[in-house]
Ligand binder design. Structure first.
Ligand code: KG4
Ligand code: ZN
Length: 363
């Protein structure tokens, strides 16, 4: 009904509807990610897989401020989005006429940044006469391991650890999410970034702190493993950050001391996340674990979870490194699943700076 009544029910929408009825059809999707400080664009094809992906990071723009400045982020997305879309189409050797749908990050994220992707994505879909779908950023992260083989089968437990969110989720299928726990204060990536800043590292400090920790002496410092002595699957990282701040203040400030503190901080975060994963797997009885989001790029975390899953005779899945942090490929992939399932939106452009993951439609 929606298709027939829509004022933009053109040829390709009709094709889309009839192909849905015929079940087997191919889709080539343009994915747009602009929720924070990265402009990510990708072309994903149902048959050929990922055809191209482009990423422009605004890291340098925000470095002087020690964090993301929302207004600067929006303006830079405006500057970069169209050239990147052109490049992604060119690299995929695809014309706009071959694009069957547009997926853009609808939320959660910075409202101005989201609106850039949402308005460009919706406008292109209108101009190209194809459907568009707004994707949940964390669903994008959650499905990012599916961009490569082997893909995890449902159901699985997902640990989502990014700069804005830390969540433990039981995943039964796409859109069938039970949030088992989440951070009551800082996200894991945020704690990494703030502690890195206190150690004098640039923004975003997570990867730099991890690098510094490689030179650290095990055992010189020990930080708490927050909320592991109580039952439950919530996280809290602000106390750990304060413990690190106090230690940094009282320490001698030498490069070795900084590396030792970085080591102890990373060890505490990784141990805490691993304890919670073990608990979530026990609680759900599942043997598959997915880790995704920026912090899933952390080598110490990957190694510890690999060891945990080997011991439990299970398997851990994570995205390839470049798809742990924000990117357009994960949005194209998630959007394709939703478009294939027939999720079509009316012609409105709405960004959602806050959006609970467990409110998504199951498909
Ligand atoms: O998923 P993401 O790109 O953006 C959000 O959705 O927030 O995650 C970015 C976060 C930053 O906090 C960054 O410091 C952290 O991921 N991060 C890392 C590493 N790589 C990125 N944290 C620890 N170790 C890493 N190797
Ligand atoms: Zn993200």
């Amino acid at each position: 009904m929606l298709l027939c009544n829509s004022s933009i029910a053109g040829r390709r929408w009709v094709n889309f509807a009839s192909s849905l009825a015929n079940e087997r059809f191919y889709m080539r999707i343009l994915g747009i990610e602009t929720s924070c400080d990265e402009t990510g664009i990708a072309v994903f094809d149902d048959e050929q897989g990922l055809m191209s992906h482009e990423l422009y990071s605004q890291v340098k723009l925000h470095a002087d401020y020690g964090g993301v400045v929302p207004e600067l982020a929006s303006r830079d997305h405006v500057r970069k989005i169209i050239p990147l879309i052109r490049k992604a189409l060119k690299d995929a050797n695809t014309s706009s006429a071959e694009i069957d749908g547009v997926a853009y990050t609808q939320g959660p994220g910075l409202i101005g940044a989201l609106l850039v992707g949402a308005s460009v994505g919706r406008s292109l879909a209108y101009a190209w006469d194809v459907p568009a779908v707004g994707v949940h950023h964390m669903e994008g992260h959650l499905l990012a391991p599916m961009l490569d083989d082997p893909k995890p089968d449902f159901p699985f437990v997902a640990l989502l650890v990014s700069g804005g969110h830390s969540m433990m989720v039981k995943v039964e299928g796409i859109g069938r999410y039970e949030v088992l726990g989440e951070s009551v204060d800082d996200a894991a990536g945020e704690a990494f970034d703030k502690t890195a800043k206190m150690l004098g590292l640039d923004y975003p400090g997570g990867p730099l702190l991890a690098k510094l920790a490689e030179q650290g002496t095990p055992g010189r410092y020990k930080f708490p493993r927050p909320m592991t002595d109580k039952p439950g699957l919530n996280f809290s990282f602000s106390g750990l950050k304060t413990a690190a701040a106090n230690t940094i203040r009282a320490a001698d400030g030498s490069p070795q001391t900084k590396a030792d503190i970085a080591y102890a901080f990373q060890e505490a975060v990784v141990d805490t996340l691993a304890i919670k994963c073990k608990r979530a797997l026990k609680h759900t009885g599942l043997k598959r674990l997915v880790i995704a989001g920026g912090v899933s790029a952390n080598t110490a975390l990957r190694e510890q979870l690999e060891a945990l899953m080997q011991k439990n005779r299970g398997k851990v899945y994570y995205p390839r490194l470049e798809f742990c942090t924000d990117n357009g490929a994960m949005i194209a992939y998630a959007g394709m699943q939703r478009l294939k399932a027939g999720q079509i939106e009316p012609l409105v452009s709405k960004a959602k700076p806050r959006w609970p993951l467990d409110s998504l439609t199951a498909i």
